[in-house]
Design a protein around this ligand. Structure first.
Ligand code: PAF
Length: 269
């Protein structure tokens, strides 16, 4: 695997097409690796990036303490035969014009008001620089991939945005670098976030949305979770469900022992 440490070095690479790009913030887990594996299987070459993007962290968030495991990450990517790893210089996120996305005033955007500006601003820079045929994201960050798809369509960028299924720990907890902040027992306990939204999806067949949300909220609060949001909305536009809705998103963000965890499930109608 070739490691690229500057934009100029990146510009001199002649990627074999079609090639895919997997942007990450490192501390790689099976969720990230599933994206790299998919990219390896379906594209001629794969470039992964590791960059902890300061623009997407709020003032009181964990930018400074975000887990960094570069040596291990490099080994994991080499094991998968990833072709290139891009490690941008620290000033990569400086002097960029902030891009304001659509769909960012709900769900995670409410408690993290500048988060998606930061994500989209850096992804725009990556896409214009690397110009990959495809860029891969996990569905755990449902809102993130929807925002990026919408932007890429609107700007007619020539990169296909591909979203792949959530990878889970044995307990059901969605894989996330932030799971590292929790003990093994806590991660086991947090598996019930997924059972809760699975039950909610089942209940939607027979109960009104309001009741489903109330029941799920009570369940999680009784299990020790603080709820940031628990929403049942239209998966295509993150708005209220209407008669036209053909895909429902059940999305949840909770805080457990100071750790913020998100998860979601899609119900096709
Ligand atoms: O999902 C992430 O890890 C980040 O938001 C991303 C897409 C790498 C942008 O910094």
């Amino acid at each position: 695997m070739q490691i690229i440490k500057s934009c100029s070095a990146l510009n001199s690479i002649n990627f074999q097409k079609p090639f895919a790009f997997v942007p990450t913030m490192g501390n790689l887990h099976e969720g990230h690796l599933s994206l790299v594996k998919f990219a390896k299987e379906n594209y001629s070459e794969v470039i992964t990036s590791i960059f902890v993007n300061p623009l997407q962290f709020g003032k009181n968030e964990d930018f400074a303490s975000y887990p960094k495991t570069l040596d291990k990450d490099i080994q994991l990517l080499e094991d998968l035969d990833c072709n290139y790893l891009f490690l941008p210089e620290p000033n990569f996120a400086e002097n960029l014009e902030v891009i304001k996305p659509n769909f960012s005033d709900v769900l995670c955007g409410l408690s993290r008001p500048t988060h998606f500006d930061g994500v989209l601003t850096i992804i725009d820079k990556f896409l214009r620089l690397i110009k990959p045929n495809a860029c891969l994201f996990g569905l755990k960050d449902y809102q993130q991939q929807l925002i990026i798809k919408d932007y890429v369509n609107k700007k007619k960028l020539r990169t296909e945005i591909i979203s792949l299924p959530i990878v889970r720990e044995n307990s059901g907890l969605a894989m996330s670098s932030r799971n590292n902040y929790l003990s093994k027992d806590d991660r086991e306990h947090c598996g019930i976030i997924y059972s809760c939204i699975q039950n909610a999806a089942e209940s939607l067949k027979t109960s009104p949305v309001k009741i489903v949300i109330e029941k799920a909220t009570d369940f999680l609060e009784n299990a020790g979770f603080e709820i940031d949001y628990l929403e049942v909305i239209d998966a295509n536009n993150l708005s209220l469900i209407t008669k036209k809705t053909n895909k429902i998103l059940i999305a949840v963000a909770v805080i457990y022992k100071k750790v913020r965890l998100i998860d979601n499930i899609i119900v096709s109608l």
